[in-house]
Ligand binder design. Structure first.
Ligand SMILES: Cc1cc2nc3c(=O)[nH]c(=O)nc-3n(C[C@H](O)[C@H](O)[C@H](O)COP(=O)(O)OP(=O)(O)OC[C@H]3O[C@@H](n4cnc5c(N)ncnc54)[C@H](O)[C@@H]3O)c2cc1C
Length: 485
């Protein structure tokens, strides 16, 4: 369905469910609701995954930190979701990654405490990989590991993903089941029987029986559209990441402990190193975040504790964690995801992790009274038939691996137009494996409307260090004209 048709449908249909917010939570709810036969509309005021859901640490993980906080149930659930995502839902997008946890002599943890924690974590993960590794082995996994003062290292496994593309895959799944999905479509009013959506300069009245507010950092703003007196329910915490050159030869990430609870990461990600993150209270509007010099210095200093010879900084980006439980709601403050109903019935979903998005989506449907939920994992588009992909032309191994990772078995669909126009097989930007065919596919099949949508959230072209003018979430400057499609 093209954009004009989608806007017409948005105005004409009587929906079972309107989902506000096209991050991973909103996209996951739209996927799950459409799979359960609901007629769904999903609207996003910027781009799909334009906010937090392309600004995470990209880990699909149980959360070693939660063990520290004693929440074994949460870790077990997150591990289960990780297994579902890796094996059924999106094996092309969610891949296993070992983590080295270096134990320095002057570090914050006693080695036996970490090793016990890692053993328990690995048992909950049902993983065999765990325990102590020699410095020699740790160096084989992470060639840039700092070894001065290193007592030993612990090893465990989690997984990494491309958060933006995981979100797009959920949007695609909903759209494939006839959901109306629209980015650059902002909810401006909420009523009992639907909402007003500002899209392409026109206000569309959307009729919907149920409404979910999945707007992450904007949650309270949308709650106030329904109830102007709604008290604050969330606080925000800013997390910054850096992308630096490096990561060649790394077959594991590094978990760097800073105090008894806080760790940061150095992760080999899409051919670069991803460093971070910070955790500072954010006051003011969600749009007001930015990366400061202090953030950059903190990340580099913290990474240097365990990694030497860090490469040049190519990009930085920031996102906001939603901490449920603002003033007056302390009972909920420790819970991971909080569901609240407003006076006209809108369900607001606050908090949660990318890792557990599927479970959060199912719980949201349960809260809305949807019966007989099927909680079994379903493959997202592109997730099946990965072993035998009929590529339409010869490709070098690096390109094939790249396309397989981002699109799974939809790769041939991305390349099909290149049979008529071989220039589409040329690089999208210098120094990255992305092809011009991906930019075309992004605009024609993945709702990309701007260069930034293409470079930042449909492909990995932004990692070339060519910048983007960004409204939210990244801090890089103007794109190379060659990258424009
Ligand atoms: C720094 C950081 C690191 C993280 N790392 C990890 C990690 O490694 N692993 C993990 O599992 N989790 C991680 N998380 C958590 C995870 O990223 C978030 O839980 C998840 O992305 C939240 O998704 P969301 O859909 O709720 O919010 P968002 O992605 O922010 O989506 C909300 C959307 O609502 C839209 N919106 C707002 N107002 C309107 C309106 N009026 N009309 C229509 N749309 C609107 C916004 O534009 C936005 O796109 C991290 C979070 C942060 C901040």
């Amino acid at each position: 369905m093209d954009r004009v048709a989608s806007i017409e449908q948005l105005a004409a249909r009587q929906f079972d469910l309107l989902v506000i917010g096209g991050g991973i939570i909103g996209a996951g709810i739209a996927e799950a609701a459409s799979a359960h036969g609901l007629d769904v509309a999903l609207v996003e005021r910027s781009d799909f995954a334009g906010a937090t859901s392309s600004a995470s640490t990209k880990l699909v993980h149980g959360g070693l930190r939660y063990l520290q906080m004693g929440d074994v149930r949460l870790v077990r659930e997150a591990h289960q979701e990780r297994r579902y995502l890796m094996s059924v839902v999106a094996p092309h997008l969610v891949q296993r990654l070992p983590f080295v946890f270096p134990l320095y002599r002057n570090g914050p943890h006693r080695p036996w405490v970490v090793r016990t924690g890692v053993l328990l974590y690995s048992a909950l993960a049902r993983a065999r990989l765990n325990g102590r590794v020699s410095t020699k082995r740790a160096l084989r996994l992470v060639p840039q590991l700092r070894t001065e003062g290193l007592h030993s290292s612990a090893l465990y496994a989690d997984a990494w993903t491309n958060d933006g593309r995981l979100t797009i895959a959920n949007v695609r799944a909903a759209a494939d089941r006839n959901a109306v999905v629209l980015n650059y479509a902002e909810v401006t009013a909420v009523r009992e029987d639907g909402a007003d959506v500002l899209v392409d300069g026109r206000t569309v009245r959307v009729a919907a029986r149920l409404i979910v507010n999945a707007t992450g950092p904007w949650l309270d703003r949308i709650r106030r559209l329904e109830d102007p007196d709604a008290a604050p329910s969330v606080r925000l915490s800013k997390g910054v990441h850096l992308i630096v050159d490096g990561g060649e030869g790394w077959s594991a990430a590094v978990t760097i402990p800073h105090d008894k609870v806080r760790v940061s990461f150095a992760i080999p990600w899409e051919g670069k190193l991803l460093l971070g993150t910070t955790d500072t209270l954010h006051e003011g509007e969600p749009e007001d975040g930015r990366v400061t010099d202090e953030d950059v210095q903190t990340i580099l200093d913290e990474a240097s504790v365990a990694v030497h010879d860090l490469g040049a900084v190519r990009a930085s980006f920031w996102g906001l964690r939603v901490l449920p439980g603002g003033p007056g709601a302390t009972a909920n403050a420790r819970r991971e995801t909080v569901y609240t109903r407003g006076p006209s019935g809108m369900l607001s979903v606050a908090g949660g992790k990318l890792t557990t998005y599927r479970r959060i989506a199912l719980d949201a449907l349960e809260q809305l009274g949807i019966r007989n939920l099927d909680r079994q994992p379903r493959p997202l588009p592109g997730a099946t038939g990965l072993a035998r992909i009929p590529w339409p032309m010869e490709l070098d191994a690096a390109t094939r691996t790249h396309l397989l990772h981002l699109y799974g078995s939809l790769g041939p669909e991305v390349l099909a137009p290149a049979l008529d126009d071989p220039s589409l097989l040329e690089p999208l930007v210098p120094g990255r494996p992305d092809l011009r065919a991906q930019a075309l596919y992004a605009r024609e099949h993945e709702w990309a409307r701007t260069d930034e949508d293409v470079l930042r959230r449909r492909t990995t072209a932004w990692l070339s260090g060519l910048g983007l003018d960004s409204e939210h979430g990244s801090e890089v400057s103007t794109a190379d004209p060659a990258a424009r499609s």
